[in-house]
Design a protein around this ligand. Structure first.
Ligand code: UDP
Ligand code: MG
Length: 313
């Protein structure tokens, strides 16, 4: 009797990827043909695309019954698309990759070998170069990873991609985190498990446009910080202690000066700058508090992370 081959689910979040999808599908087919030690299902998540992505998916799904898709009622973001894909997956192994071929499917056989042998629970990838990316973006990205590794217990590897292959056990662990604000890079790292890191050089997207502006990425990094660290909340206390100490020293200086030389007229400009400075710090720390409060507010509402309009599962 033939041994039953394990099922591998490939999850692809797609937002306006009508141009890239045919390339990706062709590539995935090729890889799946080459890997004869597994069977595949492809789960495409159309994240409320405004182009013909949904039609392309319907078309592919009509021709290949391994293809399933979920289509959202609007754009909910990549994190929501990933979650929908993970929930829909049935495989003993689950891989996540981008639609634009920046995550090379040719790495899949090696990733599968590492995980199916039982040595690792997850094979993840990281980019060692950021070729073709604006320098300022790379600079901020490096800074973000350095900061995150200092202030959070979810250690995120610099250049880590979402592209990875995991065991069912790890996927179930990820799905057990029910938070509304989902920062996948942090969640992947937070759940633990043995991860094999595989490196590759940055590849530019095959077709279409990146969906991430600099500003969107910046906000996304703040999301990551508030989701996986409470260190910013301590800032208010640190500033408080520093200013108390400074105030104490200043009072001593004023007392000694007054005792020795009498009371000269106090300077209005210096007073004004101190008031403005401390006012600024106070608003800044209240702003940080506000960020966490806003997150708590959104979590407390318990809204669904996405809404499905149509699916073929
Ligand atoms: N994506 C998504 N929803 C979004 C934005 C992006 O599903 O709101 C998908 C997109 O289709 C792609 C992946 O997430 O498959 C990565 O997006 P992109 O290539 O634009 O990001 P970059 O590689 O430039 O960081
Ligand atoms: Mg991309």
């Amino acid at each position: 009797m033939k041994k039953k081959l394990p099922l591998v689910s490939l999850i692809v979040p797609c937002y306006n990827e009508e141009e890239a999808l045919p390339f990706l599908y062709a590539e995935l087919r090729k890889v799946s043909l080459a890997m004869d030690s597994a069977v595949f299902e492809f789960i495409f998540v159309d994240d409320g695309s405004s182009d013909r992505t949904r039609d392309v998916l319907v078309d592919i799904a009509g021709k290949d019954d391994r293809v399933r898709y979920v289509s959202f009622s609007r754009n909910f973001g990549k994190e929501a698309a990933l979650l929908a894909g993970l929930r829909a997956s049935k495989g003993a192994f689950v891989a996540v990759l981008d639609a634009d071929l920046q995550d090379p499917p040719s790495l899949l056989p090696e990733m599968f070998a590492a995980v199916s042998s039982g040595e690792y629970d997850c094979a993840a990838t990281r980019r060692v170069t950021r070729k073709g990316e604006p320098p300022l973006r790379s600079l901020f990205a490096h800074g973000f990873y350095r900061l995150m590794s200092k202030i959070s217990d979810a250690h995120i590897v610099d250049g880590a991609r979402d592209f990875r292959l995991m065991t069912r056990q790890m996927v179930d662990a990820i799905l057990s985190l029910s938070e509304y604000n989902r920062f996948s890079k942090g969640i992947f790292s937070w759940v633990g498990f043995r991860t094999k890191w595989m490196e590759y050089e940055n590849i530019e997207r095959v077709a279409g446009q990146t969906k991430w502006s600099f500003w969107k990425l910046f906000l996304y990094s703040l999301e990551g910080i508030t989701a996986f660290s409470t260190v910013p909340l301590i800032l208010a206390s640190v500033f408080g202690i520093v200013f108390c100490f400074a105030a104490f020293v200043l009072v001593c200086v004023v007392i000694v000066k007054t005792a020795l030389w009498g009371d000269p007229v106090a300077g209005y400009p210096s007073l004004m700058s101190v008031v403005l400075f401390i006012g600024g710090i106070q608003l800044f720390t209240i702003g940080i508090l506000g960020q966490y409060l806003a997150k708590t507010y959104l979590e407390a509402k318990k809204r669904p992370v996405y809404i499905v309009k149509e699916e073929k599962l």
